[in-house]
Write a protein that binds this ligand. Structure first.
Ligand code: EPS
Length: 382
């Protein structure tokens, strides 16, 4: 599989092309729109989300609700474009003031230097996390392939602005089932404190980051491969999650804790089950060993930095005057960790659907399911 996205945050529309999906996958509009709606939620988001109601339009690759094996072109119209037509006109003359007080932590400064622009809007329109709308749309199609082979993808927020959930008290099977709409959180007591923290930050004109965890169940043993660096699934997942705007760290399973615990407390020991199959009692590997899925639940965490647009702006330099000033203010979110968790699910869905399509390469879902069933049957015989 491969996909690319196009679109500026306040441009006419966002698009994506997803290539390589087998033919014969049933895809519903509702399933895509439901994921788009989840991404729009979250306590701490700004006013833009009151303007947008993201809905997918499918321009190619589907007929009567089934994939054709051809590229799938998806589009989401930006409602806010109506307020930006002159400032974002593809052919008109420059309108609106330039953004020159570049925001620390944002793509603004590096982008204008690299792309030789005078207006940071030429950069920020594309670096904006609005782009993740299309990743979620693509991920929602991939999720439907995963569902067809018994794989489910969920997530939950585990930390916001230093307030953490009691992870030990959250049962793995509840993740994705008991999540709140407000913060995609499975710990109601922590969520109250997280909301207070967001209120405080908002009142102070500040922003907050956090951590989310993606949990994938139903994966076969052996997706990915130990044989080559770019076939290792942990590397692909980490890269995909790291590519989400504002993500600064990714962990798999016990992650960074592996660095300070001895091997005896990290590795998941094997026991022989009564059914004659080895099993594990722990999952500190997070479902990945040797760059391959090991049949346990896949657990990946990502850390998001606070959004760099602060209403109480940071110090910066105005590129037009050379003076030290306060950074520019764009309407923005105080905290977008819950939205990022939905994007994280989407990126994981894409990587896993790709791993399945690579291993069980097939032009149609019929052939894919047959070769996956044959592989699973062989594993059963072991
Ligand atoms: C964003 C700034 C805000 C966010 C936006 C990402 O948008 P605006 O500048 O229009 O107020 O709401 O997120 C989205 C639009 C979205 O769909 O997630 C930024 O600068 O990255």
């Amino acid at each position: 599989l491969r996909f690319i996205t196009g679109g500026e945050s306040h441009g006419a529309a966002l698009t994506a092309i997803l290539d390589g999906m087998p033919a014969g996958l049933r895809v519903t509009r509702e399933a895509i729109d439901a994921q788009l709606a989840r991404r729009q939620q979250g306590y701490g988001r700004g006013d833009r989300m009151k303007i947008e109601t993201d809905r997918v339009e499918v321009l190619s690759g589907l007929r009567f609700g089934e994939t054709l094996g051809s590229p799938i072109t998806l589009q989401v119209v930006n409602r806010d474009f109506a307020n930006w037509t002159e400032r974002m006109d593809p052919f008109g003359v420059p309108a609106g003031s330039k953004v020159t007080a570049v925001r620390p932590g944002h793509a603004d400064l590096t982008g204008v230097l690299k792309y030789d622009r005078l207006d940071a809007r030429d950069i920020l329109e594309r670096s904006s996390a609005r782009e993740t709308t299309m990743r979620v749309a693509v991920g929602a199609v991939c999720r439907q392939l995963l569902a067809a082979v018994g794989v489910t993808v969920a997530s939950h927020v585990t930390e916001i602005g230093g307030v953490t959930v009691d992870r030990a008290a959250i049962r793995d099977e509840d993740i994705g089932m008991t999540n709140s709409d407000d913060l995609n959180c499975c710990d109601p007591a922590a969520e109250i404190r997280m909301k207070d923290r967001i209120d405080e930050a908002q009142a102070a004109g500040d922003t907050l980051g956090g951590v989310f965890e993606v949990v994938v169940r139903g994966l076969s043993v052996g997706l990915g491969s130990h044989t080559q660096w770019d076939a290792r699934l942990d590397g692909k997942l980490a890269g995909a999650l790291m590519s989400i705007q504002a993500i600064k760290g990714v962990e798999i399973g016990a992650g960074f804790a592996c660095a300070h615990l001895p091997g005896s407390e990290i590795h998941d020991e094997l026991y022989m089950g009564t059914d004659g199959r080895p099993y594990r009692r722990t999952n500190r590997a997070g479902g990945l060993e040797g760059g391959m899925t090991n049949g346990e639940t896949l657990i990946v965490r990502a850390a998001m930095k606070p959004i760099p647009t602060l209403m109480a702006p940071l110090k910066t330099v105005d590129l037009a005057t050379g003076k030290e000033v306060s950074a520019s203010k764009e309407r923005s979110d105080t905290c977008a960790v819950p939205a990022a968790s939905v994007v994280g699910e989407a990126m994981a869905s894409y990587v896993l659907a790709d791993a399945i399509c690579t291993q069980f390469h097939a032009d149609s879902m019929t052939d894919l399911k047959e070769s996956l069933a044959a592989y699973r049957a062989r594993l059963e015989r072991v």
